[in-house]
Design a protein around this ligand. Structure first.
Ligand code: ZN
Length: 153
């Protein structure tokens, strides 16, 4: 067993998001809109040693099985993350995150004139037009956007 696995206790049922880039754990929770207000037990481990010189974040959400629709939103933030579904202490499914066809809410459009940046409360919607290059296009103002230059909402 990896050393990092020992730092956070095993869960019986739920989802483990592993290999989150260090420092991105809280952002992942935010993106998934997981805040624990529904009473579910959530374990967050930040800066867990991973390999010789690296660190990672890990999130465990008990009694919740996250679906592709949820976890694929993470592809632009933590492309190396793995999603592990645990049932009765056993790993029943392991998958990578994959960039979806559209990304809602996560990023702010870089066009100051865009309606999503106005005082009206319109959530951003962006189409992924190039998955490899991580290029998005705002559905409202049609501006082409580079993921790496976008600010988070
Ligand atoms: Zn826009």
């Amino acid at each position: 067993m990896e050393q990092s696995e020992l730092l956070v206790r095993r869960i019986k049922e739920g989802t483990v998001i592993d290999h989150i880039d260090e420092g991105k754990g809280l952002q992942v929770l935010n993106t998934l809109r997981i805040d624990g207000k529904d009473g579910s037990l959530i374990t967050i481990a930040l800066n867990v040693p991973s390999g010789k010189f690296k660190k990672k974040d890990i999130i465990k959400v008990e009694n919740k099985f996250l679906k592709d629709d949820d976890t694929n939103k993470l592809a632009v933030i933590v492309p190396k993350a793995t999603i592990n579904i645990i049932k009765n202490y056993k790993l029943v499914e392991k998958r990578r995150v994959a960039l979806p066809n559209e990304i809602d809410r996560i990023f702010r459009c870089s066009n100051p004139e865009c309606i999503t940046n106005s005082t009206e409360h319109i959530e951003s919607v962006m189409d992924v037009i190039d998955k490899d290059g991580q290029v998005l296009k705002c559905r409202y103002c049609a501006r082409v956007l580079d993921v790496n230059q976008l600010k988070y909402n």
